[in-house]
Design a protein around this ligand. Sequence first.
Ligand code: NAD
Length: 344
Amino acid sequence: MVAELRGALIGCGFFAVNQMHAWRDIAGAAIVAICDRDPERLKVVGDQFGIVRRYVDAAALFASESLDFVDIATTAPSHLPLVEMAAQNRVPAICQKPFAPSLADAKAMVKACSDAGVALMVHENFRWQSPIQAVRAVLDSGDIGTPFFGRISFRSAYDVFSGQPYLATGKRFIIEDLGIHSLDIARFLLGDVSTITTRTARINPKIAGEDVATMLMDHKSGATSVVDCSYATKLAIEPFPQTLVEIDGSDGTIRLEQNYRLSVTGRNGTAVSDVSPPLLPWASRPWHNIQESVVAIQKHWVDCLANGTEPATSGADNLRTLALVEAAYAGAASGEPVQLDALL
Ligand code: NAD
């Protein structure tokens, strides 16, 4: 029998609870120690998941534990020092999104892990949602031919600020927090991007950053996409946290609509299916879509470590998603299109 990988979680906040549930569901890996600089969060998560080895300081964690990986679930400002610490200790690392507050920090983390010869995966989980994977599978089947247009849309009025109060206070909000996932999905479905043009707005007067963004992208494949996101959109039926997708191809179309209805029109007519994600025993609506994707990406990490393969959302891959975030903010400020290759 293959020995279980020994992992540690750093950052025991709001979202890390999902990651801890997911680790319990995954064969081949276990969380043996946890770390949070806030003793209260350390106690809450330690008690809930029965983890006795607890640290308030990441340096002490690395000094005392023998680890096969760390799962860093803190917010972005701490990612660079924590990932560098993992690299110095030759420990492969998962790092939550947004990978970093700047592309320079992200590049430094990729270099540190590459120099140390350890794997680095960004916890960019939205592309792992089963409805998004279902769209990818249709594209791979060739049923709609060559895609020439895409729309990745996330519009909601859900109160994300009660669970994540820091989202209301940052100068950057929706592109950095949510749009980053939509931009990654656009890359996943239509490939890398050459140019992005962005418009933003702040509708909610109680927050500091933008809560609406519309982005127009040229993909290197020749396809055009629109990525639009809003937390100021009051709808009859609140779709949070569903991403809706439209793709037009030379031979047909894909529509991922509200309530996980997937409609594919191809050479042989139209097929409609329900691609609802399963409700895992520990999950709760409406977050179950995201919660299922956490299990999927963490399983992928265990497979990659076991097989020595590069994760789909490796640090190097995620530089291209983070570059889109940087380019979107620059373009929103200047009003001009921004070329991606110049940033990478
Ligand atoms: P949070 O503030 O609730 O939790 C972060 C925790 O990290 C806190 O308990 C804090 O004390 C701890 N921490 C910070 N710096 C530390 C350090 N240097 N050492 C040890 N502990 C430290 O934040 P959250 O809402 O859980 O978000 C965490 C990250 O997860 C964010 O980057 C957020 O964007 C991301 N997130 C991802 C998804 C997703 O679907 N992938 C969803 C929600 C949040």
